[in-house]
Design a binder for this molecule. Structure first.
Ligand code: GDP
Ligand code: IMO
Ligand code: MG
Length: 413
């Protein structure tokens, strides 16, 4: 690990390379103990980052996954949209297992508050889309798009105002929300949620941009926890089937108020195959029983909504694209163990003139890789699989996941 940490340098971003759920949480958890500060930059409780420690599962939606490590400072950055009851619940869940994150948590005063009515608007918009074209985007219905709509329309309410009485601002939304979306604003419920959050969180709201720069100047090490993933990016993803935030490394820096030149490395996280939740293109999707087998072996059900994830093969052009956009310096290829029983593993390497995917069929290894922690101990064909990814993308595989548990990771120096 020591050599790898040297190549990562003091400011590292961990960014999803596909359509999310690649296993970013596990990579963050593994590296957190070597960093002083863990910062989430964008998105909201549409994220679900799972960590498994000694058989116990922890799922993070708003708090950075690094919060599990008692010595880390935890930042919720300016680019985020925060559903406060969810944040309180996460803080409580950690308290119940003896982890008090509050004294080391800093929430950006610029982060936006996501209200219950944003969820109502999200659902109403999905239904409108479905009525019009037969299908929606397949959002998580966590109110993400509508919260970012308010932010872009410059009528959002930010964490810096949490200390104030916001009743008038919320009342002012009742009519327009009803008129435009047929959705309800429950002023009483919103006010109650705000009051509860104010008690616990008001003292944790801070100028996190200044704070992060102080940490940088003090030579502290910062780990940036990306949420969602490159192909879900509002600009560069598979629009309109994307989320509403900037999910790239650049988006993460923007969301934290850090300058691009401070980033010393970017770990791209990609599954050894591919999944997607929600609608939108997925060129290498497999519908057959092979898809079902991947879903079953990989436990591919959403950590936020429980929806079955669509499954398919790795598509290398997406990884090349993701490496370009993010400046990926290292790969973490996850869930290699899920492919253990495959006879052959098709990998999408490009598109034919008729638009169909061109595959290269790599031989499977038909041996358990679960829990393997050194590259040399992997079956030859599994080694060749990772080497193929490196050659085709020009980015080294520094980490490779071989199971859910924290320890099940190959670290290549
Ligand atoms: P994230 O959103 O990118 O953090 O990923 P999720 O937590 O939503 O989904 C990844 C799932 O895969 C979680 O259930 C993880 O516990 C699991 N996982 C992560 N890495 C591995 C791995 O190497 N092997 C296996 N079998 N499971 C993994
Ligand atoms: P993590 O951080 C997987 C997807 C939704 C939907 C689209 C828009 O756990 O990888 P939204 O609710 O954001 O408006 O939904 O984006 N999506 C994710 N898919 N993992 C995520 O986060 C996701 N966050 C959003 O399924 O297709
Ligand atoms: Mg997830």
């Amino acid at each position: 690990m020591e050599k790898l940490l040297k190549t990562l340098g003091p400011v590292c971003a961990i960014i999803g390379a596909q359509w999310g759920d690649e296993g970013k949480g596990k990579a963050i958890d593994l590296l957190s103990e070597h960093y002083d500060v863990i910062a989430r930059a964008c998105g909201g409780a549409n994220a679900g980052h799972t960590i498994v420690v000694k058989g116990k599962k922890h799922v993070f939606h708003l708090l950075p996954s690094g919060a599990l490590h008692a010595n880390t400072t935890v930042i919720i950055g300016s680019g985020m949209v925060l559903h406060l009851p969810t944040l309180l619940e996460e803080i409580r869940t950690l308290q119940e297992i003896g982890i008090d994150v509050l004294p080391r948590l800093f929430i950006s005063e610029e982060a936006h508050i996501l209200f219950e009515f944003h969820k109502g608007i999200d659902a109403a918009m999905e239904e409108m889309r479905a009525a019009k074209s037969g299908k929606g985007i397949g959002t998580t219905r966590r109110g993400i798009g509508p919260a970012y709509m308010d932010k872009a329309a410059r009528r959002g309410i930010r964490m810096g105002s949490l200390k104030d009485d916001l009743t008038k601002e919320i009342e002012a939304r009742v009519e327009p929300v009803k008129r435009s979306f047929g959705a309800t604003v429950d002023v009483e419920l919103e006010s109650k949620n705000l009051a509860e959050a104010r008690k616990v969180l008001a003292g944790r709201v801070a100028n996190t941009v200044a704070l992060l720069h102080r940490f940088l100047n003090e030579g502290k090490k910062i780990l940036i926890e990306g949420a969602q993933a490159t192909l879900l990016d509002i600009d560069h993803g598979t629009y309109p089937y994307v989320t509403s935030s900037s999910t790239t490394a650049a988006g993460a820096l923007q969301g934290l108020g850090l300058p691009p030149r401070c980033l010393t490395s970017c770990i791209g996280v990609a599954k050894a195959y591919c999944t997607r939740v929600g609608e939108g293109e997925f060129l290498t999707e497999v519908m057959s029983e092979t898809g079902d087998r991947l879903r079953k072996r990989g436990g591919e059900y959403g950590s936020t909504t429980g929806r079955p994830r669509r499954c398919g093969w790795l598509h290398l052009p997406d990884l090349v694209f993701s490496a370009q956009v993010n400046g990926t310096t290292h790969w973490n290829i996850t869930k290699l163990d899920v492919l253990d029983e495959e006879e052959t593993i098709p990998v999408g390497i490009g598109q034919k003139t008729d638009g169909s995917v061109q595959y290269e069929n790599l031989p499977g290894w038909k041996t358990s890789t679960e829990g393997v922690i050194s590259f040399e101990k992997l079956p030859k064909n599994a080694q060749a699989y990772l080497t193929f990814i490196e050659k085709q993308t020009g980015v080294p595989v520094a980490l490779a996941g071989t199971g859910q548990e924290r320890e099940a990771m190959i670290v290549r120096e």
